[in-house]
Structures are given as C-alpha cells and as structure tokens.
Design a protein around this ligand. Structure first.
Ligand code: DOR
Ligand code: ZN
Length: 343
C-alpha cells in the first residue's frame, strides 16, 4: 500500500504552552489534527473553568485562517480542586476531561495531587458525570527508580483507584511499559491508553548510548526494547483501548541542552507521519484509522470527525530545528527522513 486515506485524526494528549510559544506551535497540530486534548500544565496551571475558557480563546486565535481545529480543554487537578466548578465546567462544555499529575512527577506538576485519597470526592463526582480522567501514571517517591515509576504506579495507585471507582473513565496516558499494556488489556472498557510516537520509535538507548541526548528525553522516560515492542504490538493490534496522543511538549533548545534539561519531546510537526511509519513497519496500516481517528472519540463519547486526510509513501525531510518564540526548538526525528508524507 502506497497511499492511505483515513478519517481526520485527533491528538488525545498535547502541550501547547502559552503566549509566543503557543502561537508558534498551534499551526503544526492544526495542519494534521481536527481536535486535541490540551494539557493544563501552564504556569500557573489551568485549574478553573474560567482559566480554561480564556486559554481556549487564546489557542483559537492562533489557529491559521481557513483551518478548522477544536481544542479540548482539561482541568489541572490539585489537592484543593473545587468539585462544583469542575462539574459545571464539564456540563458547560468548557472542560472535556481532568488531568491528574502526581505532584512533582514532571514539568509544572508542583501543584499536582499529593495523594489520590485527597481528591476522592472530586473523582466520585467525575465518575457520576461521566467526565474522563487523564492520568500521568508515575509515582514520585525518591526510593523508586525512574524506570520503574510507571509499573509501581499501576500497583500502588491505578489498580486501587479503578477498583474503588470502577465506572470512572480513565485514560492511562503516554504508556511506556509492557506492564501498562497488560493492565489496559485486562481492564474494563472504561480504561483507555494513549501512546506517543517516540515510545513507538525509541528505547532508552536512544537517550544514553554514544552520549547523552537530551532531545530524546521525556517523561515517562523511554524504557528498554522489550517495552517498546509491547507498545508497538498494542498500538497496532486493532484494540479499541489504544489511541493517538502525541504528548508533544515543546521546550527551547536552551532548556533541553542544559545541565538540568527539561523533559519533553516536540513531535507536533510530523506526528502523523511518524505514527503511520510505525503502522507500515508493523504491517498494520489497516488498523491505523482506528488508532488515529476512531478509538479516541469513541472512548470520550464524542462524534467522529468528518472529512479525511491522505498519507502517501513519499519521503519527507524533518528539519534540524524550528523557530518558535524567538528561540530554536528541536523536533523529534530532527535531521531524519520519514517515509510517509501528509498529502
Ligand atoms: O516529557 C514530558 N514533558 N512529560 C510530561 O509529562 C510533561 C511534558 C511537559 O510539559 O514538558
Ligand atoms: Zn504530557
């Protein structure tokens, strides 16, 4: 197959940032995707419906003329989230989901939740309302090795949570381990998972072999090869539990190439091309539309997009860097040639 036409896809996990960086990166996503679940980890975080509504307007103002793109907003949960504001925001269509960052897990997560028990009342309201919970699934205890943090999160937090609130819709985001695949496969239909392009393409050697490579570093960090293979199998399996979520997370080159480099991979410019390459390599192009365009909206209970996009087997060269906000941002696959192009 040299060409594939699919229903317009969506990105179910994305960081746009704010201000000049946001205005620079929104067009890359809008070129490919009809909708995106927008992460709320700004400074300060998006914790109220009013903040989310204002942020949504700023994003819409950055969408290029003539492109139809809808940002789907999320609420950053804290120990003090106001359940009434959250429920009202969801009922009014401002919020599509809420995001659980364990405090200290990643970029701008300091105000995150210190103990899920503290937000049980909020999560109960969400379960009643049918509001989905997006989860950054890593424990943060200093005694847990960074490569084990996702697997330990399943045992200590996620499995007990799902047991306690079996009807809550949970998206286990950017999964990176065979343990996560096993958990999702064995869970109920109300548990879904997103998978990023980088976790399908690279293992931890890409970060550490031949020198330290900060542009391959994100959180959860890429694991060993067995995990990457498990993720590729899950994504391309045809299971409706798995869907596209890039976790594109732009940081300036300076912030990445630093003595303490930020976590995050900017994959937005060629995300759909990156994913389709994996499905082609796995001989699973027939499952690509489900992963990219159907499983996500069905999980969220949202309509499928109208319209289509076509991808063609034709090389596309990924630039070494993009200009954004007066700075340089290095993309995923920088300097590589991908085998598929968006027509
Ligand atoms: O690598 C990451 N970067 N992981 C996250 O969870 C957050 C993100 C960011 O905001 O930079
Ligand atoms: Zn993220």
């Amino acid at each position: 197959m040299n060409e594939i036409t699919i229903r317009r896809p969506d990105d179910w996990h994305l960081h746009f940032r704010d201000d000049a960086m946001m205005r620079a990166v929104v067009p890359y996503t809008a070129r490919q995707f009809a909708r995106a679940i927008v992460m709320p980890n700004l400074t300060p975080p998006v914790t109220t419906a009013a903040m989310a509504a204002a942020y949504r307007e700023r994003i819409l103002a950055a969408v290029p003329e003539g492109i139809d793109f809808t940002p789907l907003m999320t609420c950053y949960l804290t120990d003090n989230t106001d359940a009434d504001d959250l429920a009202r925001g969801f009922a009014d269509g401002v919020f599509t989901a809420a995001k659980l960052y364990p405090a200290g897990a990643t970029t701008n997560s300091d105000s995150g939740v210190t103990d899920v028990a503290k937000i049980m009342g909020v999560l109960e309201r969400m379960a009643e309302a049918g509001m989905p919970l997006c989860v950054h699934g890593e424990v943060t205890s200093a005694d847990i090795d960074v490569f084990d943090r996702e697997a330990v999160f399943i045992d200590r937090v996620l499995a007990p949570l799902v047991g306690r609130l079996p009807e809550l819709k949970v998206i286990f985001e950017h999964i990176t381990t065979a343990e996560a695949v096993q958990f999702v496969d064995g869970a109920g239909d109300n548990i879904g998972a997103t998978i990023t392009p980088q976790h399908l393409h690279i293992n931890r050697n890409a970060i550490l072999v031949g020198g330290i490579r900060p542009h391959a570093y994100c959180l959860p960090v890429a694991k060993r090869e067995t995990h990457r293979l498990a993720l590729r199998k899950a994504a391309t399996s045809g299971s409706a539990r798995y869907f596209l979520g890039t976790d594109s997370a732009p940081h300036t080159r300076e912030a990445k190439e630093n003595a303490c480099g930020c976590a995050g991979i900017f994959n937005a410019p060629y995300a759909i091309e990156s994913y389709v390459t994996v499905f082609d390599e796995e001989g699973a192009l027939g499952h690509f539309e489900g992963f990219a365009s159907e499983n996500g909206p069905r999980f969220y209970g949202l309509p499928l997009n109208e319209g289509t996009v076509t991808l063609r087997k034709a090389p596309v060269a990924v630039p070494e860097a993009f200009d954004a906000a007066g700075a340089s941002v290095v993309p995923f696959h920088a300097g590589e040639t991908l085998g598929w192009s968006l027509v």
